[in-house]
Design a protein around this ligand. Structure first.
Ligand code: FES
Ligand code: FE2
Length: 347
């Protein structure tokens, strides 16, 4: 069961170019994404109401899309505006249309009750389009339930084991994060980790303009359904980073990891790692992107393998350990919203 009344990411802006259409399954529903003549994103059910042909095999006609099986034409509200060979269009001839908002280079779709959709509730990812930051957008498809990916992102102990040569350092497994839970709205977890006088991980070493020990940080903000924003960086040790000073050579990153369920056992995953230094250095943009992809492939190998084992006996319980606190709280926030929606009959 999925949370329905929330904004889900459906695509990066560039995945929906002006003249093409994108078919994507979100929460088990086939969705068609395209742009109207003004460039505004449109999200329609990707299933013709006549005989279930997918509309992405159809063609765009102005603001509308025409099903190329028997020619029914739909406008951006999902209403059928033409049935070839038939004058009268019965009011039920329509496909579902979803509220859409484009923010910070992401196309967000509301999968629940349209009356509850408020674009002001979309969380901020300003480093995607701010002139102060630079990033390269990434997408991966996962053969695993989105909650296993959330677990992984909020679990720091795996850094030392899954990513020994990419993200981890020896200190990663032992350090306890500080976790704060806020239950306003959909809820937020803030998870902070400070490593004082520590080694830089390899990802930072590759781009740093200085050497030696650092004070480094990972400050996660996570909100349901599966939205992670992270402030991370390394500063030369003793230069006041924990107190809020960021000396000019400090490396500062903002990380995005967002999942949207495709089905119960597959997920979409959008990510990027933005930086606020050497903005014009294209090689560095690519090198950071490649390092993140390398680390994410390490996670994917483990998580997809984990999903396969879980599928054998899906109800078998997991055994919690102390390090699971963050991910347990995330699952608690997800379950809280699903329960609230079930109680209101929205789920
Ligand atoms: S299935 Fe779309 S027009 Fe017949
Ligand atoms: Fe990981």
């Amino acid at each position: 069961m999925f949370i329905r009344n929330c904004w889900y990411v459906a695509a990066w802006d560039t995945e929906v170019p002006q003249d093409a259409m994108l078919a994507r399954t979100l929460l088990n529903e086939p969705v068609l994404l395209y742009r109207d003549t003004q460039g505004r994103a449109v999200a329609l059910e990707n299933r013709c109401c006549h005989r279930a042909a997918p509309l992405h095999l159809g063609r765009k006609e102005g603001d509308c899309v025409r099903c190329m099986y028997h020619g029914l034409k739909f406008d951006p509200t999902g209403a059928c505006v033409e049935i070839p060979g038939q004058d009268k269009i019965p009011p039920k001839t329509c496909v579902k249309s979803y509220p859409v908002a484009e923010r910070n280079r992401l196309i967000w779709v509301w999968m629940g009750d349209p009356a509850k959709a408020n674009p002001d509730d979309i969380v901020d990812y300003h480093w995607h389009d701010s002139p102060q930051w630079r990033m390269k957008p990434g997408y991966i498809h996962y053969k695993a339930n989105y909650k296993l990916i959330v677990d992984n992102l909020l679990d720091f102990t795996h850094l030392a084991w899954v990513h020994p040569t990419t993200l981890g350092t020896d200190s990663a497994a032992g350090l306890k994060p500080e976790i704060e839970r806020n239950t306003d709205g959909n809820g937020t977890l803030t998870i902070s980790r400070w490593y004082i006088n520590d080694e830089m991980p390899n990802l930072h070493k590759k781009v740093a303009s200085f050497e030696g020990k650092v004070d480094r940080w990972q400050i996660y903000k996570w909100s349901p359904p599966a939205l992670l924003r992270m402030d991370a960086g390394s500063a030369p040790t003793g230069t006041g980073a924990p107190e809020g000073t960021r000396v000019p050579q400090a490396l500062q990153f903002r990380h995005t990891s967002i999942q949207t369920p495709e089905t119960e056992s597959t997920s979409h995953y959008w990510f990027c790692q933005a930086r606020n230094f050497e903005l014009e250095n294209e090689q560095m943009t690519q090198a950071i992107f490649d390092s993140v992809v390398e680390a994410f492939e390490e996670d994917r190998t483990m998580i997809e393998a984990q999903q396969k084992i879980i599928d054998l006996v899906p109800d078998r319980p997991m055994l919690p350990i102390a390090a699971d606190s963050g991910l347990n709280q995330a699952r608690w926030l997800i379950d809280r919203l699903i329960k609230a929606e079930s109680a209101q009959g929205d789920a």
